[in-house]
Design a protein. Structure first.
Length: 593
């Protein structure tokens, strides 16, 4: 094609040919642009927002959509490509939005559809895509589908939910639930409904009845809902609780897990721990995902070009199960199922990190890993990885693993300023219902959902009213306003790391190659891409200084020089790869020359 065009120009030597070349170039750049749009998610930085806690603009103490729009400049400067919003649909808010009563509207607490449209438009101007949470496993018990379903056994919506008879029911008693299955949020997963005298299944709260995914009408309803939001320009969805969609039709009991003493293990709610073999990750999930992905792939409009991505909430047993979530080239599923294998090791352990990163590099085909270390359901990084003394340095280690590894990085609002988990200290203050049921062993998820810390004014600039959760005292020193002017702050560190991820060629496309693989104190790896200088990364996982030799295993020459890209505070600049000195929990990132 190219050769032909050049030959024609040589013959004609005319102005028209000049025009052809110009248009060939512009065609090429359009093609490049199209490829960029198509692949935007492959090295992307995705930022999770808990809208309730991000920024309140109307003084009701609850964050809103306009509050997110207000901070798009901040997010763009941070280097964010997409924001994932936890649910903002109308909801009784039992599970703070994960109990949806209308999938095609915005909860007035968060704003209006006009506010939403403005957010998507303004985000687009900032090159940021908006990803919605989509809860397909269950609805609110106030959703019209469920109100219909529970109204009579013959209602057309009866079969939209999971209803079963109990065991040993009599005229005066409901008997026992159909089996021993438990809700993730404590106690039996079956709720007796006196009106129609059957139990319904709920994997989460009683107010979150599970939908019946064996019913084709449920599939169609969600395809229509997905279209509704795609037509409004959203960049994709995060599919909530996706592995919970199906339950084993045999209704057989799950096995009780026993401890070393032979007695059943008991969870924070006082219930026996069950294997989840009959209720989690059943094969039907893949069939649904193939159907949803095929549906998504039909969308790519001129006004909102580019791939619409599917992100999965995929807590899975092993990397083999994670690989299946990508589907196959003929039957693709998620673009980005979350890799929770690495992020929830919950312990700074070099060998475990190395093994999980190697899995992400070698055991998911050429798919893109989606690395994630925290979210609105788990304590923040300080509680799961910190040692109480070097928490911020440790967070620099974690964020380096997140942004300097191959793939897409997902992080949670507030990480970038070092926000800490601030759990309630009294049961009376708990807002998350599981914290009330499970107190004191399970304090709920309020601690990781506290208001974003913008500045040192009242309520950290989150609201002019009374915040729905208290603003942590750490806001006095950890806040955006102070940190954005401090080159040694966590915010500066995040910005620099993200900038490197986006602009350094090896960091953008390079493979991950583990270095110094017998070292159990320092995790080191190299990013290597054809035609680009390699980048080495070393992160000290200990509270003592360490020295590493990255030439020892033969991947690099001992004489190779290094050009510093990033060093954590207190670190010194090495001259060559065979002697890199690291401060306690210190990090070094350098280009090999
Ligand atoms: C997911 C959400 C969590 C919610 C649950 C039930 O795990 O992340 O916040 O409570 O689903 O919808």
């Amino acid at each position: 094609m190219h050769l032909k065009r050049i030959a024609m120009c040589a013959l004609a030597l005319s102005l028209t040919c000049g025009g052809m070349i110009a248009s060939a170039q512009s065609t090429e750049s359009q093609a490049q642009k199209a490829a960029r749009e198509r692949n935007w998610w492959k090295n992307a930085v995705i930022y999770e927002i808990y809208p309730r806690s991000f920024q309140d603009t109307n003084g009701d103490g609850i964050g809103d959509l306009n509050g997110i729009t207000e901070h798009l400049d901040y997010l763009q400067k941070l280097g964010v490509d997409a924001i994932w919003l936890t649910p903002v649909y109308p909801s009784p808010q039992v599970d703070f939005g994960y109990d949806i009563s209308d999938y095609r509207a915005i909860d007035p607490q968060y704003g209006t559809m006009a506010d939403f449209n403005r957010l998507v438009k303004e985000a687009g101007r900032h090159h940021i895509r908006v990803i919605m949470d989509m809860v397909m496993n269950h609805t609110s018990d106030q959703h019209p589908w469920f109100l219909q379903s529970r109204s009579s056994r013959t209602n057309p919506y009866r079969n939209w939910y999971v209803w079963h008879d109990g065991k040993g029911e009599t005229a005066t008693s409901p008997g026992q639930p159909p089996n021993n299955w438990e809700s993730d949020f404590g106690h039996s997963a079956w709720q007796w409904d006196p009106k129609t005298r059957q139990y319904y299944y709920h994997a989460f709260y009683i107010q979150q009845p599970d939908l019946n995914w064996n019913n084709a009408a449920v599939h169609q309803a969600f395809k229509d809902i997905i279209s509704f939001w795609l037509e409004r320009g959203v960049g994709g969805f995060r599919f909530d609780a996706i592995t919970n969609l199906f339950e084993d039709p045999s209704l057989a009991d799950e096995t009780v897990i026993k401890g070393k003493d032979g007695k059943p293990l008991i969870n924070a709610f006082g219930d026996p721990v069950l294997d989840d073999s009959k209720t989690n990750n059943l094969p039907g999930v893949h069939t649904v995902m193939q159907e949803m992905r095929a549906h998504m792939d039909t969308f790519d409009s001129a006004s909102f070009p580019g791939t619409r991505v599917l992100i999965g909430e995929t807590y899975l047993r092993n990397i083999g199960e994670l690989r299946k979530m990508y589907g196959t080239p003929a039957h693709p599923e998620f673009e980005l199922p979350m890799d929770t294998q690495l992020g929830f090791i919950n312990k700074l352990d070099v060998a475990a990190f190395r093994a999980k990163l190697t899995d992400a590099e070698t055991k998911i085909g050429r798919n893109t890993p989606l690395l994630v270390f925290d979210n609105h359901d788990n304590p923040r990084l300080d509680l799961r990885y910190g040692d109480g003394v070097h928490n911020l340095a440790i967070q620099r280690v974690i964020s380096t693993v997140l942004f300097a590894s191959r793939g897409t990085a997902l992080f949670y609002y507030g990480d970038e300023i070092g926000m800490k988990t601030t759990p309630p200290t009294r049961k009376a203050d708990v807002k998350d219902p599981i914290g009330i049921t499970g107190w004191p062993k399970q304090k709920g998820r309020d601690g990781e959902r506290t208001p974003m810390q913008w500045n040192t004014s009242a309520n950290a600039g989150f609201t002019s009213g009374k915040p729905w959760l208290p603003v942590p005292p750490t806001a006095a020193t950890m806040n955006v306003q102070d940190e954005q002017h401090d080159p040694t702050s966590m915010l500066a560190w995040y910005r620099e790391l993200i900038q490197l991820k986006k602009t350094n060629p090896a960091m953008q496309h390079g493979d991950n190659v583990m270095l110094d693989i017998s070292n159990d104190k320092v995790l080191s790896w190299m990013r290597q891409a054809p035609g680009a200088p390699a980048v080495v990364v070393s992160a000290n996982f200990t509270a003592q200084p360490q020295t590493v030799n990255l030439a020892a295993d033969g991947h690099l020459s001992a004489h190779a020089h290094l050009h510093k890209l990033l060093i954590s505070p207190g670190g010194s600049e090495p001259q060559s790869v065979d002697r890199i000195e690291l401060a306690p929990f210190g990090v070094y990132v350098g280009e090999v020359q």
